[in-house]
Design a protein around this ligand. Structure first.
Ligand SMILES: C[S@@+](CC[C@H](N)C(=O)[O-])C[C@H]1O[C@@H](n2cnc3c(N)ncnc32)[C@H](O)[C@@H]1O
Length: 307
């Protein structure tokens, strides 16, 4: 029998402050996703459904199955988020200390998770950066706006495809994104890395992560759905009150998420080195995270600077 790991030993568990905020925001995100996750010709999380040939199914048309479910899965610690990685605080605050008025790009984010991490680094560095968040979908941008308003942060949001949209070169001192490299398929990885390189000012820094592993097989999907079901039973008291009586609906959401969610994991450090060949200085440190389909999962913490 497959063993269900609740909490891979020694990896991140949800802290109470983040849990409280998620309990408040998860239902909001679910409702925003229902209206704001529009259909796109290309890009976005629905690409996974299209590539799997699920083109007739609803998830192929929009990304609400992803953004609307994301924070419920965060409450179960079942999706990759910045707090899984210890390096972010130091990596981001080091740049912000050197350049307190940095122009910062969050290069796609599932919700306000990366903004919260950047906010922590901003406070640690006592910096006043200008923060821009880009995502191809309006729902995560709305989530960032919600967090920003609550915390008195000024941010700018832009809904655009980062692989193709127009942004002037050398615009940013710091670019940060979590696991974007494992969201996009192999052919797009060099495209986005070149983009990041071009968007950085001289001396600028890119901070990101990339999980290590193989393809997302049907067996892994089944295990993920099973884990989500098991964890929901074990943690139902952590869920927003409005979910009373919606247990079966939630399970359906988790099941759909597991059937579409795909990772294009990196194959090893060599691939990272190759991708970031045009950057001057690259640090790539391997760590262990709680993991999504594979629990735990090894991953790389990447800090790449241009000369
Ligand atoms: C950065 S990734 C991974 C999420 C991450 N682990 C986190 O904690 O925020 C997910 C985001 O990428 C966005 N996305 C996917 N393809 C995109 C593209 N081509 N351009 C801009 N955003 C994109 C999706 O809409 C989604 O919100």
């Amino acid at each position: 029998m497959r063993s269900l790991s609740v909490r891979p030993v020694g990896t991140y568990t949800l802290d109470s402050r983040t849990r409280e905020l998620l309990i408040e925001s998860a239902p909001l995100m679910e409702s925003w996703a229902a209206t704001d996750c529009g259909s796109k010709d290309a890009g976005g999380m629905e690409e996974w459904a299209k590539i799997q040939g699920l083109s007739e199914a609803p998830p192929a048309a929009r990304c609400d199955w992803y953004h609307g479910t994301w924070q419920y899965l965060r409450l179960l610690n079942l999706v990759a988020v910045p707090p899984w990685y210890e390096f972010y605080l130091d990596a981001l605050s080091n740049v912000l200390r050197r350049r307190p008025n940095s122009k910062v790009l969050i290069s796609a984010a599932a919700d306000y998770g990366m903004l919260a991490t950047l906010h922590e680094a901003t406070r640690a560095a006592q910096a006043t950066p200008h923060i821009m968040v880009y995502d191809i979908c309006r729902t995560p941008l709305r989530s960032c706006q919600w967090y920003a308003e609550r915390h008195g942060l000024a941010i700018e949001c832009e809904c655009a495809n980062l692989l193709t949209c127009d942004i002037p070169e050398a615009s940013f001192d710091l670019i940060v994104t979590d696991e974007f490299l494992t969201v996009i398929k192999a052919a797009d990885k060099p495209v986005i890395v070149k983009r990041w390189r071009d968007l950085l000012k001289p001396g600028g820094t890119l901070v990101t992560t990339a999980m290590l592993g193989g393809p997302t097989t049907p067996e892994l999907r089944r295990g993920y759905a099973e884990n989500a079901r098991w964890l929901l039973e074990a943690n139902s008291d952590s869920f927003p009150l409005h979910l009373n009586g919606r247990h079966d609906e939630l399970l359906k959401l988790f099941h759909l998420f597991a059937s579409v969610h795909t990772r294009y994991m990196v194959t090893g450090e060599e691939e990272i080195r190759r991708l970031f060949d045009d950057f001057g200085k690259v640090s790539c440190v391997r760590t262990v995270t709680p993991g999504e389909c594979v629990r735990p999962t090894d991953s790389f913490q990447i800090v790449a600077s241009v000369p």
